[in-house]
Each structure stands twice: as C-alpha cells, then as structure tokens.
Design a protein around this ligand. Structure first.
Ligand code: SF4
Ligand code: SF4
Length: 377
C-alpha cells in the first residue's frame, strides 16, 4: 500500500457521487437507513437513503428513533444489526443431496456466495469487531472460505463517531470514537460535510472518481474536536480492572444467580453482538425424502442444545449459560484469540428484553470480588 492522499472534503452531492461510483463498480452498497422504527443496515442505491436527521435514544432494553435538527447522517449509534449479517450470514446452505431413481445418493457442495460489498458507515467499534471475527473465522487451521472471500472483496468506508449512544462504552474496551486502520476510506461528519481520509490504494482510487476538494486545517481541527468530545461523552464504561482476571476470579460469584433471575436466555445478546460467531448445522429434507440440504445457521450459547452432550445439556441453568457468555467474551476469548470479544458497541444492552447491562454486571462482579478480597490485578 502506498497511500499518500491528503484529507479531502465531500459535501452531500459528493457523498452521493461516492455511492454512485461504488454501484458503478458493481458493488452491493450496504449502509444505515431507517426501516421499521430502527436504523438498519440495508442495500443503498443512493446516499439520500442514509438516515439524515435521525438519531437514537438508547437505554438498557430501550431503543427509539428521534429527530435531529442538525440533519446529520451518521449521528446515531449502533442499530440492531452489525456487519456480520453480511460477512457471516445468519443462514448458509452447505450442501444438498439427491436420491437418484437408481437409489444412489449424489451430493452437491454449495459454493459460498461472495458478493462484492461496499460497507458505508462502519463505526470504529464495528471495524474492530470485523477484525476480531476475521481472526476467529479465518485465523485457524479450518478457515471459513466464504467469510474470507466476502471480507477480502469488501470495501470499507468507516465513519468516526461524533455522537456516542447512551449504551456505548468503546473507550473502556481500548477502542474509541476515532477509527483505527483497516478502512479504505474514513469519514468524519462536520457541519453537514464529510472529512475524508484515505486508508488504502483502493480507497484513494475511489476518491479520485468523486468530486471533492482539499480539507483545510480548520476542518481537520473541527473533526478532531468532535471526535474528542464524543470520547468524553461515552454513555457507559466497564470498570478499569483486568477483566480477564476478574472473570477467572468470579466463577463461583453470587451475582450469577442475580442475573439468572432476570435473564430470559433468549439469546438476543448473542444475535446482535458483532463478534459472536457460533453456528450449528441442521439438515432439512423434502416430504419425499429424495432431496435433503445441510444448512449452517447462527447458534447461541444461551440455547440448551448448544451444550447438549449424550443425554443432556452441560449448561442447563440460566446461571451457567450467562456465565459462559460473559466469561468467554471478556476472559477466555483472550486465551483463544488473543483479544477481548467485546468492542463496547452497546447492542447487547439496548436489545436485551430484560434490560440486562453488561457494564453493570461486570461492575457488580468487581464489587463482589473486592468484598471477598480477591485480587485481579
Ligand atoms: S442477557 Fe438479555 S438478551 Fe441475553 S439471553 Fe439474557 S435476556 Fe436475552
Ligand atoms: S458484548 Fe455487547 S457491547 Fe460487547 S461487542 Fe458484544 S454486543 Fe457489543
């Protein structure tokens, strides 16, 4: 990579031209848009479909769209979906099989769908989540070829956060509203315009196709100030302790009973989490029994079947299932993948029907640990 392009400035027409250029490249452009009372990720054919003038009001178990007077396009925090819906789809056919008239069975493997995506509006937390899922799904000996192909072909236009949500806590997970490398282009929305930074040669070539002008130091300064302000206005935070050690020291904590009394074990938190990656497989057949298919679908450690072994689930209680989710996410994930499994996007807080707040649960575990006098760091 030999990126040298100076920061540029796009107006709304320039943003439209950017989407048009991506569509002209044959890419499926995915970005945020308003649908069904939420900001969802969907295919865009124009930047006009972005949620200009919409923000969100968030709390534990609560998500509401609200109007914004400033007309901003990206002043909303994470919605119910993440980019894993596209890179790691909820359902994928793996193979199909047919019984021939002679009674033989022929198998046909399914080639994975590898669209050429352009992701517009990837938050810094979600960019980190994509990197984490990539490490999980392609970093080992048995790489997921479909995921690898989709990620390889995807072009990423990230957006720095200037308006953190009330459920956001990326800063306390080591991230922040400023974007890390890994993008092709990065936008920062400032007063209805978009400061653009280039992160790859592909991004530089794309920017060349779009009408833009140079961004002066004043715009760069305003963008930095807006992102710095967002850093100071995080809605929540994890306690500043060694979370991996805290999880290890909390296996017999009483707090698991408290959370188990509220947790419905619905698995919503795992479905919305941008790093949760677990899948299971299932076979479906037609009524004749002559055609069958094997599908991979997302699974959740909150499902009883998830830990089913010869006669019963290993984790039959809600206590053990919530503990598994949290201690894996913040603890043993480090041992497996060299990183935490949480990027602080806040989705699991907003979309938990019981309003369970991961930051509150971790703080309670830390308080209980302190009362026991167990050191974590
Ligand atoms: S923590 Fe909330 S979202 Fe997760 S399984 Fe329990 S009730 Fe469902
Ligand atoms: S655990 Fe919750 S806050 Fe952390 S990445 Fe997953 S959904 Fe986001």
């Amino acid at each position: 990579m030999s990126v040298t392009a100076a920061p540029a400035l796009l107006d709304r027409d320039g943003l439209n031209a950017l989407v048009s250029a991506l569509v002209a490249q044959g890419r499926t452009v995915i970005g945020p848009t308003v649908r069904d009372g939420a900001i969802v990720l969907a295919e865009l054919d124009s930047a006009d479909a972005l949620p200009f003038g919409w923000g969100v009001e968030l709390d534990a178990g609560r998500y509401r769209l609200v109007r914004r007077e400033d007309g901003a396009a990206f002043a909303h925090s994470a919605g119910p979906q993440s980019w894993k819906n596209f890179l790691h789809p909820a359902r994928e056919r793996l193979w199909s099989a047919e019984r021939t008239p002679e009674g033989d069975v022929s198998f046909t493997p399914q080639e994975p769908a590898v669209p050429s995506y352009a992701f517009l509006g990837v938050r810094p937390c979600d960019l980190r989540a994509i990197a984490i899922q990539g490490r999980v799904l392609t970093g080992g000996r048995h790489a997921d070829g479909g995921y690898a192909g989709r990620r390889e072909r995807a072009l990423i236009v990230a957006v720095e956060c200037t308006e953190p949500g009330a459920a956001c806590f990326c800063v306390s997970t080591g991230g922040g509203p400023a974007v890390d490398p890994g993008y092709d282009l990065a936008l920062t929305e400032v007063d209805g315009r978009f400061l653009v930074r280039v992160g790859s040669d592909e991004g530089a070539a794309l920017l060349e196709q779009v009408p833009h002008r140079g961004a002066g130091p004043d715009v760069e300064e305003s963008a930095r100030a807006a992102v710095d302000s967002a850093r100071e206005r995080m809605g929540r935070a994890l306690p500043p302790v060694d979370l991996r050690a805290l999880m290890g020291a909390s296996l017999t904590a009483e707090r698991w009973d408290d959370v188990a009394a509220r947790c419905l074990t619905c698995g919503n938190c795992t479905m919305v989490c941008p790093t949760c990656f677990c899948t299971t497989t299932e076979e479906v057949t037609d009524l004749t029994g002559d055609h069958t298919e094997r599908w991979q679908r997302w699974d959740s450690c909150f499902d009883l079947d998830f830990s089913y072994l010869h006669g019963g689930p290993v984790r039959s209680s809600p206590r053990s299932r919530y503990r598994q989710w949290l201690t894996h996410k913040l603890g043993t994930w480090h041992d497996q993948f060299g990183t935490s499994g949480c990027v602080g996007c806040g989705r699991c807080i907003a979309w938990c029907p019981a309003g369970i707040d991961i930051t509150e649960e971790v703080a309670a575990l830390d308080t209980e640990r302190a009362a026991r006098g167990t050191e974590t760091d």
